[in-house]
Ligand binder design. Structure first.
Ligand SMILES: *[C@@H]1O[C@H](CO)[C@@H](O)[C@H](O)[C@H]1NC(C)=O
Ligand SMILES: *[C@@H]1O[C@H](CO)[C@@H](O)[C@H](O)[C@H]1NC(C)=O
Ligand SMILES: *[C@@H]1O[C@H](CO)[C@@H](O)[C@H](O)[C@H]1NC(C)=O
Ligand SMILES: *[C@@H]1O[C@H](CO)[C@@H](O)[C@H](O)[C@H]1NC(C)=O
Ligand SMILES: *[C@@H]1O[C@H](CO)[C@@H](O)[C@H](O)[C@H]1NC(C)=O
Ligand SMILES: *[C@@H]1O[C@H](CO)[C@@H](O)[C@H](O)[C@H]1NC(C)=O
Length: 338
């Protein structure tokens, strides 16, 4: 990667000497530097890394109509409107502070030949919401099937969209496909080569390129399925005086191979303070692999699950709230004791 970039760069430097002389003979733009860092995002899309400290607000970017058009007279237009003075196959265009554009080249007879969309990558994080500490994109899955989802939140002040997604395993290409739901701010992916019964050695490399106008922001994540696995809610069933804690239906099987740890918390719900397991504290919090929990009258039992073999997130709380008559009975007993 670095090697080929350097090679390109050297080629561009040679081309630069000629290019600048030809294209800017009057040296009007003499003080504008040539961009040193630019890369192809996808076919016909070139991204220039903005570095205002180094270049100021304007930078020269080399464009090529096509190797096979070398020596021909070329007509260049920006955004299909503004005709540029350049007539060569290889030219430099000025990119001024986040103002990219589509540069289209035509033959002398005005026949379309090719085009390049020039975008600018800046170092800010503005298209989606988040902080460096909390992250910007969050990935999770509810089992070991190779399926996972990643979410983000658009900043409503920018008309953001996903320009490109690159997803591979860390050392091999892998075979992961993703589909985008832009309005929801999410991607849904499937690793077709994933084997749930083998140790997951390679991480997933995920890069999402977000675009707003001509600006690109690049977000990079690296994770294993086992890092992001988060079981769905535990089902709770009352049988006689026992609460059965059942594995989520979506969890991987056999359960003996994919064991879960349950966290159980008993809380007393008061009408006023509600019955939210995630905020109510309890003096009694237990960790257990057992799927049975003795039911006590008058308490609400909160349960959530975590993959026993990885250190990933806890699932969402579920709760068993005493039914009206179950609670009442307890109160009657209490009253009787008084
Ligand atoms: C068109 O331009 C792109 C760069 O934007 C280049 O990769 C491609 O080879 C060109 N196509 C032709 C037919 O020359
Ligand atoms: C995945 O990311 C690592 C760390 O940044 C990098 O060294 C590696 O080349 C990447 N792998 C692929 C296939 O892009
Ligand atoms: C995208 O997400 C939205 C909101 O969650 C949902 O209503 C819509 O059905 C999703 N679209 C697709 C194609 O999945
Ligand atoms: C990737 O997985 C899909 C779906 O299983 C399969 O059709 C395709 O051939 C695979 N591609 C490669 C390169 O293995
Ligand atoms: C894993 O979760 C996905 C998404 O919820 C689901 O479609 C799939 O059936 C689950 N796999 C298993 C083995 O339960
Ligand atoms: C597990 O995760 C917790 C919290 O994220 C962390 O403090 C702890 O060091 C981790 N343990 C291992 C063994 O990775």
């Amino acid at each position: 990667m670095t090697g080929s970039y350097l090679l390109n760069y050297r080629e561009e430097m040679i081309f630069l000497v000629i290019g600048v002389l030809v294209v800017f003979p009057h040296a009007v733009e003499g003080s504008i530097k040539v961009a040193e860092s630019y890369w192809t995002l996808k076919e016909n899309e070139l991204v220039v890394d903005e570095d205002m400290d180094k270049y100021g607000s304007k930078v020269l970017v080399p464009l090529v109509c096509g190797e096979s058009f070398e020596g021909q007279e070329i007509i260049w237009k920006r955004d299909s409107r503004d005709k540029l003075p350049h007539k060569e196959n290889k030219i430099f265009v000025i990119v001024e502070e986040r103002q990219g554009g589509t540069y289209t080249c035509y033959s002398k007879e005005e026949k379309y030949l090719n085009h390049t969309l020039v975008l600018v990558q800046w170092r800010y994080r503005k298209i989606i919401k988040g902080t460096p500490e909390e992250g910007y994109i969050h990935c999770s899955t509810n089992n070991y099937s190779g399926f996972f989802q990643c979410f983000w939140t658009w900043d409503e002040r920018r008309a953001g969209k996903v320009e490109f997604i690159k997803i591979t395993r860390s050392h091999t290409a892998g075979n992961i496909s993703c589909s985008l739901n832009s309005s929801a701010g999410s991607i849904t992916c499937q690793d077709h080569a994933y084997c749930p019964y083998a140790e997951e050695i390679e991480r997933i490399n995920l890069t999402i390129y977000f675009r707003s106008n001509f600006v690109i922001e690049t977000y990079y994540l690296q994770f294993r399925i086992s890092d992001i696995v988060r079981p769905d809610m535990v089902h709770i069933n009352k049988k006689n005086n026992i609460l059965e804690l059942n594995y989520p239906e979506s969890w991987s099987t056999p359960f003996s191979y994919f064991p879960l740890t349950f966290q159980v918390k008993e809380i007393r719900c008061q009408k006023k303070r509600g019955c939210d397991c995630s905020i109510r504290r309890s003096s009694k919090v237990d960790l257990t692999q057992e799927q049975q929990w003795p039911f006590k009258k008058g308490v609400t039992v909160c349960v959530r699950a975590q993959d026993e073999l990885s250190n990933s997130s806890w699932g969402e709380w579920n709760q068993y709230k005493c039914k009206k008559e179950e609670c009442k009975r307890t109160n009657k007993k209490k009253d009787g004791l008084k």
